[in-house]
Design a binder for this molecule. Structure first.
Ligand SMILES: CCN(CC)CCN(C[C@]12C[C@](c3ccc(C(F)(F)F)cc3)(C1)C2)C(=O)Cn1c(SCc2ccc(F)cc2)nc(=O)c2c1C=CC2
Length: 402
């Protein structure tokens, strides 16, 4: 089927005034390093190549493991279904210098990885943001990879020096890390709590890397992409930084806001609050916007979000629910299957996926303008922050027991 099939499936192009460029960055090739996909406003070029949505097949293996289905069979199915999809952006497009852009760090959900939220990230970039979608190495991603220094070959006679591995950069060996499921009898909270702390640290590490890139420092990108990162010198407005994430990434938003006041506000999409410590709720001071689906939330989860409301900054805590959406209405999968499969796999809700993501994106832009102090026209969507739309519910539809 792929993206050339009759029912014109595919990730929708962004609607903002800027063309979008996309490039991958990995620094310090080890597992402790930083790895993200950058989306940014770029110069229009009609013949630009588009980035692959699923960059390599290790991710299909990971998705199969995450969904506990057979690797071999599912690798063929995923490859057939999703292998040819591209992202509506220019791979390594030339950066478009136009003042300093605000910055968003995006955190993916459990079992996802950095490329799966491109409808959201490309829209933000097209509206004039620089977006880094982090790939987490906390074993919550379906799959991710990093590199090992090739072990020094035992000294042979000088005549035959070790041949460097042509694919891997500077003879580094690629290593994959897959989703770690709970062991039988293992209690979930300690694992998820440790992971959410690592995830927040990885968001902060990505931000620190962007700050270095912004200073014009010549960064070593382990992935030898055709992108000149020094062109991003002075491109970022480091007073206007937000953190955003889906589900487990929503909990990561709260944890990251707590750890680094450089994040001026956060947007949590269908946040999964379980991994967070109880005492974090009184420690977060920045504005947070909870954008929920109709089907994922439950009373315990909502009551944890409410705890963030009760603090003094209640005016800056907002929550809306998008009618007819499901948990998978936020990642890109919601655009990539026909209606029937989508509904059966719970990748689609009742609402048209494009309408759902537009509401999410526009409400987010209005919230970012308000709390990053942007002087754009995103305030035209302020009513969406209050849930004023026939497809929105102010707050939540969950009837709370507690
Ligand atoms: C049995 C597995 N069991 C694992 C604990 C539950 C699996 N599960 C429901 C799924 C993800 C699903 C999915 C994806 C993708 C196809 C495909 F066919 F399109 F590829 C199909 C079916 C399987 C819907 C979730 O985990 C839901 N969820 C998610 S889903 C994030 C995600 C993952 C993979 C993606 F490709 C895209 C998005 N992120 C979270 O942070 C949290 C939760 C729950 C609590 C916290």
């Amino acid at each position: 089927m792929g993206n050339s099939c009759s029912n014109n499936l595919g990730i929708p192009p962004a609607k903002g005034p800027n063309a979008v460029g996309c490039s991958d960055f990995m620094m310090d090739h080890t597992v402790e390093g930083t790895f993200f996909r950058l989306y940014y406003p770029c110069v229009v070029s009609d013949n630009a190549e588009k980035p692959d949505w699923i960059p390599c097949k290790g991710y299909f293996y990971g998705l199969a493991d995450f969904m506990k289905i057979n690797r071999g069979l599912s690798e063929k199915i995923f490859n057939y279904l999703f292998g040819s999809f591209k992202i509506p952006a220019a791979l390594n497009g030339s950066y478009k210098q136009n003042g300093k852009y605000p910055v968003v760090i995006f955190s993916h959900g459990l079992g996802a990885f950095r490329t799966l939220y491109s409808a959201i990230c490309t829209e933000l970039a097209s509206q004039g943001f620089i977006v880094a979608s982090v790939e987490h190495r906390d074993e919550s991603a379906s799959a991710t990879y990093f590199y090992h220094q090739k072990p020094q070959e035992p000294k042979k006679d000088e005549a035959s020096p070790p041949k460097p591995n042509p694919e891997a950069p500077e003879n580094l060996v690629e290593e994959w890390m897959y989703y770690r499921s709970l062991k039988p009898g293992e209690s979930e909270f300690p694992l998820r709590n440790k992971q959410v702390k690592q995830r927040a640290d990885e968001c902060i590490k990505a931000l620190d890397t962007l700050i270095q890139i912004n200073s014009g420092k010549n960064m070593e990108n382990v992935l030898q992409t055709e992108f000149d990162w020094t062109t991003l010198e002075n491109s970022m407005d480091l007073c206007r930084i937000a953190v955003m994430g889906h589900s487990f990434g929503g909990a990561t938003v709260v944890e990251a806001l707590c750890k680094d006041v450089n994040f001026k506000c956060g947007i949590a999409l269908d946040a999964w609050m379980f991994p967070l410590d109880e005492e974090i709720y009184v420690r977060v001071k920045q504005p947070i916007f909870f954008i929920n689906s109709e089907k994922f939330q439950w009373a315990g989860n909502i009551s944890r979000m409410r705890k963030l409301d009760s603090s003094s900054t209640s005016m800056q805590r907002k929550m809306i629910t998008i009618k007819g959406t499901v948990h998978q209405s936020f990642p890109d999968f919601t655009f990539l299957t026909g209606n029937w499969i989508g509904k059966i796999l719970k990748l689609k809700g009742e609402i048209d996926p494009q309408v759902g993501i537009d509401l999410c994106n526009r409400a987010s832009l209005a919230f970012l303008q308000r709390h990053l102090g942007l002087n754009k026209d995103f305030n035209q969507w302020d009513h969406l922050i209050e849930g004023k739309d026939h497809n929105l519910i102010p707050g939540t539809n969950v009837t709370e027991i507690s």
